[in-house]
Design a protein around this ligand. Structure first.
Ligand SMILES: [Cu+2]
Length: 188
């Protein structure tokens, strides 16, 4: 009876994980017959960084995130508020746990997360891993930073470093496409 009560308490504290939501894929808005450019970004290579972290990408192109050990993610933020989603529609990749090989060889997740660049506005993003406080430690980046103002990646990073709280994620993977890595060697 006691064991049963404990089980019930445990069930209340850890509600059953609901079925994974359907992945949302944002259909292209641009009508074009030319192939779309894919910009590969590797999360976690060489430390708590995205590589590259300052991406210039034309409207209609794809930014494809690859994930190295141990467990990174990518979330869209507003420039003034790093480490939290910009709004309810901000993209969130989910987490990509990847064991680190004992021999130290370079590996990446078998899955990637893709977003489409839909306009020429800057897209600020961060890794929401709280173990090691990745965002606050500088694991941030931008697509299409304006190079003529003071909204720079360096300033965004310094704002992230000042965040006292934990990083925040969305309730589900959204705002992009997560699936099998179509370019296993890309970015490596
Ligand atoms: Cu990370």
């Amino acid at each position: 009876m006691l064991a049963q009560s404990i089980l019930l308490l445990a069930a209340a504290a850890f509600p059953a994980v609901t079925a994974a939501p359907a992945l949302q894929y944002r259909e292209p808005t641009k009508t074009s017959t030319s192939p779309r450019t894919t910009h590969s970004v590797v999360a976690g290579r060489g430390g708590l960084r995205f590589d590259p972290e300052n991406i210039v990408a034309e409207v209609g192109s794809i930014v494809e995130f690859h994930f190295t050990p141990l467990n990174h993610s990518v979330v869209e933020a507003a420039f003034d508020s790093p480490c939290v989603p910009k709004d309810a529609t901000s993209f969130f990749s989910g987490f990509f746990p990847v064991p680190r090989p004992a021999d130290g060889s370079a590996v990446q997740s078998g899955e990637v997360f893709q977003i489409e660049v839909r306009d020429d506005k800057p897209i600020w993003f961060y890794c929401a891993q709280n173990t090691g406080r990745h965002c606050q430690s500088g694991m941030v980046g931008v697509v299409n930073q304006r190079f003529d103002g003071d909204k720079t990646l360096a300033v965004f990073r310094s704002k992230a470093a000042a965040v006292q709280g934990a990083s925040v994620v969305q309730a589900q993977v959204q705002g992009g496409w997560r699936g099998a890595n179509p370019n296993p060697q890309s970015g490596f």
